[in-house]
Design a protein around this ligand. Structure first.
Ligand code: SF4
Length: 271
């Protein structure tokens, strides 16, 4: 049985628990557990989990904290998150007896961006959207990692099936610092949903409203049946790549435009 994630989110009774247990791809789950175990053995106390509290991130969090409960949990608080994301954070902190560390943008950079381009600059152009993601996501994460060189392995929740640009995501990506670990890279959306239900994981409330991908509030919407999983991200960009800066390989033109915008912004930033 293959259940479309959107259909499941819309359904009053998305999965029969018995069928769920029977249908879950146990090979994928076993493989993910092995990758997590191996990472814990290799990186020990220098691991962290980075999540935006989508289903994938919560599956990874559950797998990792199940064997290494003190692993730090990080999230990027862009300042534009849906209010309900903070409810999920509170639920996670309670359930796993952990504290989620919020990585926040530099206030002076945000002030410059707003005064130069306005609060909703991202709708104006791809370059503006990338600039906003640079200021609110990419640069804060880079700064955090620079300040915390002890983190050498970072668990993420990327899946190959989420979009074409993620089709070649590695389980372990050692080309970056820190090493990125995608233990559920080969899972389907069905695998993620079944693990979520089988383990009664916390669930972001926006899934019930038809979202299949959850990020910043103004840049994410619910999708219709038949649309891609990430179709609700930056939906007004018909031709542009749907990835944001953290996992994004930009085309040359957009990269140059955003670099120019970023240079201008930093020149205007008062310290
Ligand atoms: S997703 Fe939207 S609001 Fe969030 S950082 Fe990117 S452009 Fe800005």
């Amino acid at each position: 049985m293959h259940l479309n994630t959107f259909q499941a989110a819309e359904s009053d009774s998305p999965l029969d628990p018995v069928a769920s247990a029977r249908d879950i791809d146990s090979a994928h789950e076993t493989s993910a557990r092995e990758i997590v175990d191996s990472a814990v053995r290799e990186f020990g106390d220098s691991l962290a989990i980075l999540t935006s509290f989508q289903r994938e991130g919560l599956v990874v969090l559950d797998l990792v904290l199940g064997v290494a409960p003190r692993t730090p949990v990080l999230t990027i608080d862009t300042g534009r998150l849906p209010a309900s994301t903070y409810d999920v954070i509170s639920e996670v902190e309670k359930r796993y007896d952990t504290r989620v560390e919020l990585i926040v943008p530099d206030a002076a950079e945000v002030d410059s961006m707003l005064s130069l381009y306005g609060r909703d600059l991202f709708v104006e152009s791809v370059a503006n959207r990338m600039l906003c993601c640079q200021v609110r996501k990419v640069r804060p994460l880079e700064r955090y990692m620079t300040r915390n060189p002890g983190i050498s392995g970072l668990f993420l929740g990327l899946r190959r099936g989420q979009s074409d640009t993620r089709a070649n995501v590695d389980f372990i990506d050692r080309t970056t610092e820190p090493t990125r670990i995608n233990a559920i890279a080969d899972w389907s959306a069905d695998d993620v949903l079944r693990y979520t239900l089988d383990n009664s994981l916390p669930e972001h409330p926006l899934y019930a409203a038809g979202y299949t991908s959850i990020g910043c509030d103004p840049c994410t919407r619910a999708v219709s049946s038949g649309e891609g999983e990430r179709a609700g991200r930056w939906w007004w960009e018909s031709e542009a790549d749907k990835e944001c800066g953290i996992h994004f390989t930009p085309d040359g033109r957009a990269e140059r435009e955003v670099d120019v915008l970023l240079r201008d912004l930093l020149a205007h930033t008062k310290r």
